[in-house]
Ligand binder design. Structure first.
Ligand SMILES: [Zn+2]
Length: 314
């Protein structure tokens, strides 16, 4: 198997070393489009073609193009503030302020805390831990579900933490030795998941617990040949109103009906990885974790509870 962390990583060719989760070379590709909002905000670019890579072994889907560190910093600066919503709606009319507010409300909902507690119980994780870190957790909402002596949140977007919480905005300032790390709704945004998990592995105490939560997003591909789709998508790049209309129809069909319309497409937005239980488990095992529980939680999100057991494969 290829090393989990190759020395050089090309964010424009993420499949160069095989599947990001299981390293399989059994990959299928579909042409897709980078969203105008992502391209403008992250690298001052325009919509362009990219590929969605589908691993036939573990089921992971991921966009061939990712973001480098500078693009990540530009994209997530002021993440989900009012300017973000307005700029996004200019490319995605369906991303209304009401939908934006609903996303934020879900993010801070008590139901998510119950689902987290239930998932940890399924894995027979410790009911009480010494120190817990919410890694990428905004203001640290999910920490309310954990009984711990010390609670901290790390968020590079500089989101203000909840009152009284220890907080970090720079990765280099993060101390190690955490008994539990939460990573909620983060991995689907990460260009190189193995490097991310390697860092978390280094932050955890021996036998420490890791909770991962990602969206469960699956759909049936668009009917129609790849050549026709590529021709159509290339044409759409030159007609912004048509591109936006086709994006709205494709997104609605995928979210509501779980399938793309004929010649439809998936716009590459901030979610660049689409995990299955198999792919998430494979990724964790490959990076030195033992998976204690993995599946769909009571809120429909994909989760895994794992334990650090070894140094990551090198
Ligand atoms: Zn795979």
């Amino acid at each position: 198997m290829a090393p989990a962390t190759p020395e050089a990583f090309d964010h424009r060719r993420r499949s160069a070393a095989g599947c990001l989760c299981c390293a399989s070379r059994n990959l299928r590709r579909e042409v897709q489009i980078v969203s105008g909002f992502l391209a403008a905000r992250a690298w001052s670019g325009k919509p362009e073609l990219t590929q969605l890579v589908h691993c036939e072994n573990c089921g992971l889907r991921f966009f061939e193009r990712g973001l480098d560190d500078d693009e990540v910093a530009r994209y997530y600066r002021g993440y989900r503030d009012p300017a973000y919503q307005r700029e996004r709606q200019a490319w995605e009319p369906f991303y209304t302020s009401a939908r934006h507010a609903a996303t934020l409300a879900w993010s801070d909902s008590p139901a998510r805390l119950d689902n987290l507690r239930h998932s940890l119980a399924r894995a027979k994780a410790s009911a009480h831990v010494g120190a817990v870190l919410d890694h990428g957790g905004g203001h640290g909402h999910m920490l309310a579900a954990i009984d711990a002596d010390r609670k901290a949140v790390y968020d590079p977007s500089g989101s203000p933490p909840a009152m009284g919480r220890e907080s970090y905005s720079r990765e280099c300032d993060l101390p190690g030795g955490w008994h539990m790390v939460l990573s909620c709704q983060v991995l689907e945004h990460i260009s190189f998941p193995s490097r991310y998990l390697e860092r978390i592995h280094g932050l955890l105490a021996d036998d420490g617990w890791l909770y991962v939560e990602v969206p469960n997003e699956q759909w049936r591909p668009a009917p129609g040949g790849e050549r026709s789709r590529k021709f159509l998508l290339r044409t759409l790049l030159h007609w912004r109103p048509l591109l936006m209309a086709a994006d709205a129809i494709s997104t609605a069909c995928r979210i509501k009906f779980g399938r793309l319309p004929p010649l439809g497409f998936v716009a590459m937005r901030e979610h660049i990885n689409y995990f299955t239980a198999e792919s998430l488990s494979a990724l964790l095992v490959r990076n030195g974790f033992k998976v204690e529980a993995c599946g769909i939680d009571n809120g429909g999100q994909l989760f895994a509870v794992a334990r650090k057991f070894a140094t990551a494969e090198a």
